[in-house]
Design a protein around this ligand. Structure first.
Ligand code: SF4
Ligand code: SF4
Length: 425
């Protein structure tokens, strides 16, 4: 019998060096229930959903009607996942559109929702699927390619479900933990079955005692599952550091993001394809920051309207959180299954970057024991051979070095180039 997750901090002491206690600014949305958004006038489905993703092939043409849950595109390689229409409506275009994650415009399906009944006919309740059935359903319904991940991670013995949320302003993961804990735990059990793993760890960095107690109660009778609560020291949410903290060296494991557990329950038990995503829209420039359950394909401009617009025109928009996210130039980006949130700031902080004062703070803060200041200097001087000696390939791209730098040096722009350079060699 397990201890129901009561051994919540049964982890080695500080398993990695450095890090930072980042101000999370989560108060605007942490207590706000997830709200389902209304359907916008148009939905946009890029046939490449993220920079390192798979290209998709459209299965529908302009002029064709679609129902909610219809398959609209399939991946061109076995690593990708299919795409489904979240609405009844009509495909009105297949056009080239600019997306923030790709240098070239990407072919995009545009769907105009109709007025028909928007619910899927409820699927008859089915018995518990077998491991093989779960794997097939998850791939078929656009959630996860278990077969590929099993191959890549040598059949993981441990699954770590990452419920840590350390990106400032984002709170959708914590809201899921508080509002859908049963689906999360059921999803983790189904994933364990699908991966044929021995045990699962639900890990969080929340400090909300009520949420921890609820999860502990739900896990009480689950022999193979445990809960671990870690201190909210950034970047503890990084998969490499989670493994380092939770498991002995060499134990085969896989880290999955928490929303995948909810999507797994929806797909495996209710036969619901991946069609919505819970994300946070927040930041000082947003009038009414929210946690939203959004139809895939919704434009950011529609989400801003659902948050009552801006207090004033934003000067800086970040897709993802401020620590690891990407600055984007406008509100025309669509939500994909990989979106986590959007953060809006009043104005672009004036560049206050000054000269390095060799204080060493970036070195002390680096969880990988790298020398960010020297890596940045090497990139600036095009001194490419030295990057390997500085182990630049081990960079997690977490941004802690930039966060702690008193000279406001944005190391990330150099680290990205360093990583590209080292990995190309
Ligand atoms: S933290 Fe900033 S100022 Fe200090 S050594 Fe690193 S780069 Fe230089
Ligand atoms: S971004 Fe890279 S160099 Fe900077 S602190 Fe993180 S791991 Fe270290």
């Amino acid at each position: 019998m397990s201890d129901g997750g009561r051994s919540r901090n049964n982890v080695r002491g500080q398993a990695w060096p450095g890090g930072a206690w980042v101000h999370l600014h989560q108060e605007a949305t942490l207590d706000k229930f997830i709200r389902r958004t209304s359907i916008p006038a148009h939905l946009y489905f890029p046939l490449l959903e993220r920079s390192e993703g798979s290209l998709l092939r459209p299965l529908v043409r302009p002029g064709q009607s679609v129902k909610r849950g219809d398959l609209i595109a399939v991946p061109l390689d076995e690593g990708g996942l299919p795409l489904f229409s979240p609405v009844w409506g009509e495909v009105i275009a297949l056009e080239s559109r600019v997306v923030p994650w790709h240098a070239e415009p990407v072919d995009t399906l545009v769907i105009m929702p109709g007025k028909e009944e928007l619910r899927l006919p409820s699927a008859p309740p089915k018995g518990r699927p077998t491991a093989e059935e779960i794997r097939a359903i998850l791939a078929q319904y656009g959630v996860l390619n278990v077969e590929r991940l099993r191959r890549e991670s040598a059949g993981p013995r441990v699954l770590i479900l990452n419920g840590c949320e350390l990106e400032p302003y984002l709170t959708s993961t914590q809201r899921l933990l508080e509002e859908r804990p049963k689906e999360i735990i059921t999803g983790l059990e189904l994933l364990l079955q699908a991966f044929e793993a021995e045990r699962g760890i639900l890990v969080t960095t929340t400090t909300r005692e009520e949420s921890i107690t609820d999860l502990r109660d739900l896990l009480f009778t689950k022999d193979k599952l445990s809960l671990v609560v870690l201190p909210p020291r950034y970047p503890q949410d990084d998969p490499t550091l989670l493994r380092q903290t939770l498991l002995p060296l060499g134990e085969s494991s896989l880290v999955l993001d928490l929303p995948l557990a909810v999507a797994t329950t929806d797909a495996a038990l209710h036969r619901k394809p991946m069609m919505e995503k819970v994300i946070t829209v927040s930041g000082p420039a947003v009038r009414n920051p929210q946690n939203l359950e959004v139809h895939l394909g919704t434009l950011l401009s529609d989400l801003v309207s659902q948050c009552d617009g801006f207090l004033e025109k934003p000067g800086l928009i970040i897709m993802g959180g401020p620590m690891r996210g990407q600055v984007i130039s406008g509100v025309e980006a669509p939500v994909t299954r990989y979106s986590t949130g959007f953060v809006f700031f009043h104005e672009r902080a004036a560049t206050r970057e000054s000269s390095c004062m060799y204080c060493g703070l970036c070195i002390n803060a680096c969880p990988q024991s790298l020398y960010p200041v020297f890596i940045s200097t090497a990139v600036k001087g095009h001194d490419w051979p030295v990057l390997s000696k500085l182990h630049a390939d081990r960079c997690l791209y977490c941004g802690t070095c930039s966060y702690v730098c008193p000279a406001h040096i944005s190391h990330q722009r150099f680290l990205r180039r360093a990583l590209d350079r080292v990995r190309r060699r």
